[in-house]
Design a protein around this ligand. Structure first.
Ligand code: PEP
Ligand code: MN
Length: 345
């Protein structure tokens, strides 16, 4: 519920309103849009409050939210949010490409990939150190050593870094090395993890669960926002359907839908969304055309020997060629994509 305050309402009336709501167990969010102050009332059942709020001397008008999430909704914050990751801004005019291996495998692999993707115009280096693998016998990642390698490779190539955190107790360690904390599809509803990244001082990349509705994704984002972290980026990474030709079904309608429902930046993951290298370029373009604020793409020096997700990983040359195809598309859409290093001023 949103209560828009009367213009120049006395501080005393405002404080009394907030105290009254908090005493009833509601959480209160004070904000201002177009010069008008408003109070967001957060709680499980706010409907009973409507008449009382409308009659309060500080309140001008009351608006009910149509959604079970509030902080993540457009109704709460009509303007698009811009989330900063290091020096990179997501949700603004730039289309931001994050690229790198599925998993950090070795110093040589991650440094070579960082240089190649930076040269092609990526802004953020991805690479898993803690890998949530379907089988317990699959490569689980290099753990803390992988984090250190990723961070060092990012520093050398002048890229921010994103990596997945799979457990609440690892958040502090991962946040020491990463500029952006990834919550993976399998953990989208790990509520203790969402609260832990919500308490961290780093932005969060929240991937849609394999069978999650958009409402569930936005409620997962709400956990992070309600825990005090305003910097959430949503990621459509494909959902489980009956098709067998692709690993997942990249739900591109989710991109404009999420942007209608929420002010948060939205990116797409055509690598996990298809599982098929040859489909990544077409789906990358489609995602930009659908309004994505960025892409996250898997790239490996030698996909045939990758320890995870080789079949969907692009080669360095394939990634550079894709970036060259995306650039005129981004311009046609009124957005920018970083040029390759060779042509930078
Ligand atoms: C990944 O980014 O490598 C990953 C495991 O992604 P998801 O959680 O979307 O499967
Ligand atoms: Mn992967």
């Amino acid at each position: 519920m949103i209560a828009v305050l009367k213009p120049s309402v006395p501080l005393r009336d405002k404080a009394q309103l907030v105290a009254l709501l908090e005493a009833r167990g509601y959480r209160v969010h004070l904000d201002r849009t177009d010069g008008r102050e408003w109070v967001g009332v957060l709680g499980d059942d706010v409907r009973g409050l409507e008449a009382e709020l409308a009659a309060h001397p500080a309140v001008d008008s009351v608006r009910r939210l149509e959604t079970p999430y509030a902080l993540a909704s457009r109704a709460f914050r009509p303007e698009a949010s811009v989330v900063r990751v290091g020096t990179v801004e997501l949700g603004g005019p730039e289309v931001v490409v994050m690229a790198g291996p599925c998993a950090v495998e070795s110093e040589e692999q991650v440094f070579a990939t960082a240089r190649a993707v930076a040269a092609a115009g990526a802004r953020i280096l991805r690479g898993g150190a803690f890998k949530p693998r379907t089988s317990p016998y699959s490569f689980q990642g290099l753990g803390p050593d992988g984090l250190a390698l990723l961070a060092a490779a990012g520093r050398e190539a002048n890229l921010a870094v994103v990596t997945e955190v799979v457990a609440p107790e690892d958040v502090a360690l991962v946040a020491e090395h990463a500029d952006l904390l990834q919550v993976g599809a399998r953990n989208m509803q790990n509520f203790r993890l969402l609260e832990a990244v919500g308490a961290a001082h780093k932005p969060v990349l929240l991937k849609r669960g394999l069978v999650a509705t958009l409402e569930e994704l936005l409620l997962a984002a709400e956990y992070v926002l309600a825990a005090g972290n305003p910097d959430v980026i949503l990621c459509e990474r494909g959902i489980r359907t009956f098709g067998r030709e692709t690993r997942n079904t990249l739900d591109l309608a989710a991109v404009p839908l999420l942007k209608q429902k929420s002010h948060l930046p939205v990116i797409a993951d055509p690598s996990h969304g298809t599982g098929v290298r040859a489909l990544v370029p077409a789906l990358s373009k489609a995602a930009l055309a659908a309004g994505a604020d960025g892409l996250i793409i898997e790239v490996h020096p030698d996909p045939a020997t990758a320890l995870s997700d080789g079949p969907q990983s692009l080669t360095f040359a394939g990634f550079a060629a894709l970036m060259d195809e995306l650039r005129p598309l981004a311009s046609a859409l009124g957005r920018q994509l970083t040029p390759p290093t060779g042509s930078r001023a």
